[in-house]
Design a binder for this molecule. Structure first.
Ligand code: RIB
Ligand code: CA
Length: 317
């Protein structure tokens, strides 16, 4: 079977780096490009990091197209230094990237690739959904040109991580997220329902030091910073596996359970801003969700199996 072409839309980011490494080590997937977005850091920092990650992973020919610097309808909430470091990668000193970003911006790159290969490309957004929304606004037929989207973001039946209501990628641009969840194409939502139930333990992180390749070396340098954030904020003795969940789902969907509901995003200014709301059983309010394609919402995960899969791929030379 030929490898599935994917574009990863990303804000690297420690867990973004892990997801990119995981995808590049997986022959089932063909990473045809990275597009960058503000989020864990300013977009120019995220672009530099994406290029560095590809250099380290042996993918310098893969294009990196820079995208949005700010959300559609609000100010950027600012970088998450306390989660990812000032440089977005745990403040590890890294070499300058080997090449310049792609001539196209992220939204136009996504449209170009989807148009060139109709029905083939899967988008894998693991940051705020601004680039994807911009691409849909520029090209309303984009969803029909995609194989689908597998995105990290949102929280259906659990609380948020960036506010009591909302998950970080969605809270960084709720208006964009509401546009994207309205796309008429298959969408898989890898939200906090499963990503916070997927734990890579401190012991497993320490074990990465025995892997002998450049991806694993960077992982050993950046993951302790991310683990320390979890420990100091009431998390597990390890890390929640957010962005890599999209890759695990693409490789091994049988390790997940799901439900199907259309999604709306709270775009108000109140305490619920950024909450992803599935239309479940409340028929009276269903008009607000009308005409939306049901989203596959992941609800349960075999954490041990998917973490073992990711570590196995990271160990590959
Ligand atoms: O909530 C988790 C998401 O927010 C991940 O994409 C991570 O990179 C952070 O920015
Ligand atoms: Ca991310």
């Amino acid at each position: 079977m030929s490898a599935r072409p994917i574009i990863i839309d990303t804000d690297p980011g420690i867990d973004d780096a892990m997801a990119i490494f995981y995808a590049l080590a997986s022959p089932e997937l063909d990473v045809i490009g990275l597009t960058t977005v503000f989020g864990n850091a300013h977009v120019d920092v995220c672009t530099t990091n994406a290029q560095r990650i590809l250099d380290i992973a042996g993918g310098p020919e893969i294009p990196v197209a820079q995208g949005a610097a700010r959300p559609l309808a609000m100010n950027y909430r600012g970088p998450s230094h306390f989660v990812h470091g000032v440089n977005g990668l745990a403040d590890v000193a890294l070499a300058a990237p080997s090449r310049a970003p792609h001539a196209l911006d992220a939204a136009h790159f996504i449209i170009q690739q989807a148009t060139a290969r109709p029905g083939e490309v899967t988008l894998v957004p693991i940051g705020p959904l601004t680039n994807v929304a911009l691409a849909m606004l520029l090209c309303p037929e984009l969803p029909s040109l995609l194989a689908g989207m597998v995105l990290m973001g949102g929280n259906a039946f659990v609380g948020g991580n960036a506010s009591p209501a909302a998950e970080a990628n969605i809270l960084n641009d709720p208006e964009a997220a509401d546009i994207v969840f309205g796309a008429d194409c298959p969408i898989v939502m890898c939200g906090l329902d499963v990503t916070e139930a997927t734990i890579m333990s401190s012991e497993q992180i320490a074990g990465i030091a025995s892997f002998d390749n450049p991806r694993a070396l960077l992982a050993t340098q950046i993951l302790p910073y991310y683990r320390d954030f979890h420990l100091s904020h009431g998390g597990p003795d390890g890390i929640h596996v957010h962005d890599s969940t999209c890759i695990s789902y693409l490789l091994a969907p049988h390790h997940y359970s799901s439900v199907q509901h259309p999604i709306r995003v709270d775009c108000g200014d109140g305490v619920g801003r950024g909450k992803t709301w599935p239309a479940t059983r409340h028929a009276l309010s269903a008009a607000l969700w009308a005409d939306r394609t049901p989203v596959t919402i992941l609800t349960e995960v075999n954490s041990a199996a998917v973490v073992a899969l990711e570590l196995d791929r990271l160990a590959r030379a």
